[in-house]
Design a protein. Structure first.
Length: 160
């Protein structure tokens, strides 16, 4: 995923919606005051949502087998196709939450907790915007992150 291109598109769309012309010098931080979540966070939230849905499927479901099965040994990716897989993208996004893929699959079985985690990224970007020095916003984000880590710890370390 080209994050820089997505961020540029996000800022361009916001500027267009706000009626800011190209010759006006308005900083991106000022454009971000719309409280619109970052497009990258929305995409990450949707990735987690779909991942949770497939993780809760039966092991013999076609969608789950396709997403989790490794490619055959003699298979080579066709030219022009992306080298990173959807599962690699999920693993990279999970690193932000200090989770492995196996822990995420176990955690996704708890639907309300997984929904909280998948929405957390978009909510966090809405409350704590870059360049904004608001103590209350950062306090809420810190409390949410601590509650999230406690919930993950309880879910992983507590036998069912």
């Amino acid at each position: 995923m080209d994050v820089c291109r997505i961020v540029a598109l996000d800022h361009w769309c916001l500027r267009t919606l706000l009626g800011i012309k190209w010759h006006q010098f308005v900083r991106n931080e000022e454009v971000r005051t719309t409280k619109q979540p970052n497009l990258t966070m929305i995409i990450q939230s949707r990735h987690f949502s779909i991942f949770g849905h497939t993780a809760r499927m039966d092991d013999d479901a076609d969608a789950k087998m396709i997403l989790t099965a490794p490619p055959p040994e003699n298979w080579k990716r066709p030219p022009g196709h992306p080298h990173i897989t959807w599962l690699n993208t999920i693993q990279r996004d999970l690193r932000d939450y200090n989770l492995t893929l196996k822990e995420a699959v176990d955690l996704a079985q708890n639907r309300p907790l997984w929904r909280l985690m998948s929405m957390h990224g978009a909510m966090h970007s809405k409350w704590c915007m870059p360049g904004k020095k608001n103590v209350f916003c950062c306090l809420i984000a810190t409390v949410l992150q601590a509650a999230w880590q406690l919930a993950v710890w309880l879910c992983i370390n507590r036998p069912l």
